[in-house]
Design a protein. Structure first.
Length: 355
């Protein structure tokens, strides 16, 4: 079943006769278009991909399941879209709830004959369950991210700045045909106690944690991996905290089974951390969906009612952040199978001291 067929089945289930897809990530999922400006207009028996003349050639090459239409000067978008609606016989149109209020205001003004209705969650939840082809693309993105981590390990030594590591990381990804799937985190010493620290000119020092959280976006799909190292020698406290976070990560991965809720898995990870009183230092969720976006649909977090299903791809990333001491996060990407998960990231994660 194609993504267009899956969408139409969900539209019929939700009573949506016509859907306007404007979120560029959803446009990519539905049409395969990789440009920055495009829309999809879908009814039960017709589907149009709409763009402007800048992407005329690109869209003809990339889009196959939808009819491609584009416009250019002197035709305006208002004229172009009005004609498309007329051709499809659409007077009531559902739009995605990610649309900004100001955009909705503009549409209702420009197209007053159309009844604009915020759509129930139709397309985006479909992205939770990946096809085998999508999983393979995420797997390749994971492999590239791991190659990048191997490449930058040589830089982990006293005197090297966080920013030096960041620059080499980004260059490696771009030189290998990818981009970072998010702004990478390179956080050393006290900065590692900040879950989303911004890389700085701070120099690495012996006897401290270094957390590197990065991912590759390759062929439209993301990976997301975190490893925490110790620069120089690890103290007993380093080992105690790190090994408990690692235990929480490994056992949480093993606990993921179809039918369980995401909230159950998150709660389980906190129980493990609290064996030595560390849960109070874990403030964020255990993980999130992964796919076209690094934070794809779905939340593996406290109280989440999302149900684990085969084909979903999740990050699993418990962390402990102790102000004045440092932080540890260990993160892997997993795809849910019929009886558990397959771990897509295989970079070593036992406590590693460098150089």
């Amino acid at each position: 079943m194609t993504n267009l067929e899956r969408l139409r089945a969900k539209m019929a289930e939700k009573g949506v006769d016509a859907l306007f897809v404007s979120d560029i990530h959803n446009v990519y999922w539905l049409a395969g278009f990789t440009g920055s400006s495009g829309f999809c207009l879908v009814t039960k028996d017709q589907a149009l991909f709409l763009t402007d003349s800048r992407y005329a050639i690109q869209s003809e090459l990339e889009v196959s399941d939808l009819d491609v239409r584009w416009y250019g000067s002197p035709v305006t978008f208002k004229e172009f879209f009005t004609q498309a609606l007329k051709d499809l016989g659409v007077s009531k149109l559902h739009f995605e709830t990610s649309v900004k209020y100001s955009q909705w205001q503009a549409w209702t003004k420009d197209f007053p004959d159309v009844e604009w209705t915020a759509s129930p969650s139709v397309l985006t939840p479909l992205r939770m369950v990946k096809t085998p082809g999508e999983v393979e693309k995420i797997r390749e993105a994971c492999r590239l991210a791991e190659s990048c981590l191997s490449h930058i390990q040589r830089m982990i030594q006293p005197g090297v700045t966080e920013y030096d590591i960041l620059l080499d990381l980004e260059f490696f990804l771009k030189r290998n045909g990818a981009i970072p799937s998010f702004d990478p985190i390179v956080a050393s010493g006290p900065n590692s106690a900040k879950p989303h620290a911004t890389p700085s000119e701070r120099k690495l020092e012996s006897g401290e944690f270094l957390t590197i959280d990065m991912g590759a976006k390759l062929d439209g799909y993301c990976s997301d991996i975190t490893r925490t190292f110790v620069v120089g020698q690890a103290s007993d406290r380093h080992k105690e905290v790190y090994n408990q976070v690692l235990k929480a990560e490994v056992e949480s991965i093993n606990a993921i089974k179809p039918g369980k809720t995401c909230g159950e898995i998150d709660a389980f990870s906190r129980e493990i951390l609290d064996e030595i009183g560390l849960a109070k230092y874990f403030g964020h969720g255990l993980g999130h969906g992964l796919g076209i976006e690094v934070h794809d649909y779905g939340r593996l977090g406290r109280g989440s009612k999302d149900v684990i299903e085969p084909g979903q791809v999740w990050t699993v990333e418990p962390g402990v952040y102790i102000e004045g001491f440092g932080g540890v996060r260990v993160e892997d990407d997993v795809v849910v199978t019929e009886d558990g998960v397959e771990v897509l990231t295989t970079f070593p994660k036992e406590l590693t001291c460098l150089p």
